[in-house]
Design a protein. Structure first.
Length: 146
């Protein structure tokens, strides 16, 4: 009888400890992600408050349009078409989306150049890449740790 009570007590304690170790699940927030990215870019690219005020509205506009293209590409890749003709059409559409994405970036890079010097735009582009690599590395550590 005592062994049963002790066993149950140890099981309860171990379950309780395990539950306390698990961090609370956080849902992805696009707004929070964008805020973190803007802060990182502004700091890393050494943007002044005036430059940030002119740049980030354009940057957010570009990101929203890019997200729409990414969503189309993701939908396209969800299910493999059943026919060769369908696969060909999906490949061609994906290529068009990739070209449209690059065209969009080129248009917005030219808009950025109207509000900031080329050196700052270059720094922003590098900072954005650095931010994404940094975030991806954090996610890899988080999920491979398990």
């Amino acid at each position: 009888m005592n062994k049963t009570i002790i066993t149950l007590l140890l099981m309860f304690l171990s379950i309780n400890l395990y539950a306390q170790e698990a961090p609370p699940a956080r849902k992805f927030s696009p707004k929070e992600f964008m805020n973190e990215m803007e802060q990182f870019i502004a700091k890393d690219a050494c943007l002044t408050p005036a430059e940030s005020a002119r740049f980030f509205p354009l940057y957010e506009e570009m990101c929203n349009k890019k997200r729409a293209l990414f969503d189309k590409a993701r939908q396209l890749g969800m299910n493999k078409p059943a026919t060769e003709a369908g696969c060909l059409k999906a490949i061609q559409l994906r290529d068009k989306l990739d070209l449209e994405l690059k065209r969009l970036e080129m248009i917005y890079h030219n808009k950025f150049l109207k509000v900031m010097p080329a050196g700052k735009v270059y720094d922003v582009i590098k900072s954005e890449d650095k931010f994404h690599r940094h975030m991806f590395a954090g996610m890899v550590k988080k999920y491979w740790k398990k």
